[in-house]
Design a protein around this ligand. Structure first.
Ligand SMILES: [Zn+2]
Length: 257
């Protein structure tokens, strides 16, 4: 009979990191993984589970025989995920392929985001994006239809695919028709004041888009990550403003082209 492997000791730091990865919620049932005692102290309500089992039973070996693994080493952080105690018990005794794939996919997405932030976190969008974004405030206060882009000029239809999602498509096309011309004018003014500054911002956005593309992010994820990045610059604090700017760069061919 083969010997059962004992699991490695999982440190508190690793547990905290895993908890952050799932944003504090059980990925299978969405319950909170931290609670409070009557005393007010925090209490941990999760176990660290192996996604691919450490000591697979004969039926698990058959169940998962065609499934990809997260790591050749089963007993490492790459293959760990926090689950609430009831879900952990059920997953360890009666898992399904769908649950395995669901947890596998979560970790793959987390790995992609980690790699992305390692490569890009030091890249700060040029601060002059704030001056460009000012035009959005002015536009919101002064709805002048003469600055709207005509629907004929909208190029989103040629660039989008099914992964953008219909809600994003409606939002982006609306933002482009409303804001493309004034933002373009704002970049033009910036270019006149500061030589090549606009081109610098355009090339930063294009570079980030190419990085996201090389990592196989789909269009909805590209839109999401791009907005997140715009909001890490001190200049853009509102999500809607970031979405307007990313929509501008779609029409202007730095993104999705
Ligand atoms: Zn659960």
């Amino acid at each position: 009979m083969s010997k059962r492997l004992r699991r490695a000791n999982v440190t508190d730091t690793v547990k905290m990191s895993l908890l952050c990865e799932v944003k504090g919620f059980c990925p299978l049932c969405r319950c909170s993984l931290m609670g409070k005692k009557i005393s007010g102290d925090n209490i941990r309500l999760f176990d660290v589970a192996h996604i691919y089992p450490l000591n697979a039973t004969p039926s698990e070996l058959i169940l998962l025989k065609n499934e990809r693994r997260l790591s050749s080493n089963i007993d490492c952080e790459e293959n760990f995920i926090p689950l609430c105690k009831p879900c952990h018990k059920k997953y360890d005794t009666n898992k399904t392929v769908l649950e395995y794939r669901q947890l596998y996919k979560i970790k793959v997405e987390i790995r992609k985001l980690k790699e992305l932030s390692e490569q890009w976190s030091a890249q700060v969008l040029h601060e002059d994006i704030a001056r460009v974004a000012d035009v959005i405030n002015n536009m919101a206060a002064n709805k002048n239809s003469s600055t709207k882009l005509s629907l004929d000029a909208l190029t989103l239809e040629e660039k989008k695919n099914d992964t953008l999602g219909v809600l994003n498509e409606i939002k982006v096309s609306h933002f482009i028709t409303q804001f493309y011309i004034p933002i373009k004018q704002s970049f033009f003014r910036l270019e006149q004041e500061e030589r090549a500054r606009s081109q610098f911002i355009y090339s930063q956005v294009k570079s980030y888009y190419l990085l996201l593309l090389s990592k196989n992010f789909n269009q909805a994820d590209i839109f999401e990550q791009m907005c997140e990045w715009f909001m890490t610059s001190q200049a853009i604090k509102e999500r809607a403003k970031a979405e307007v700017l990313v929509s501008y760069f779609i029409q202007n061919c730095e993104v999705l082209s």
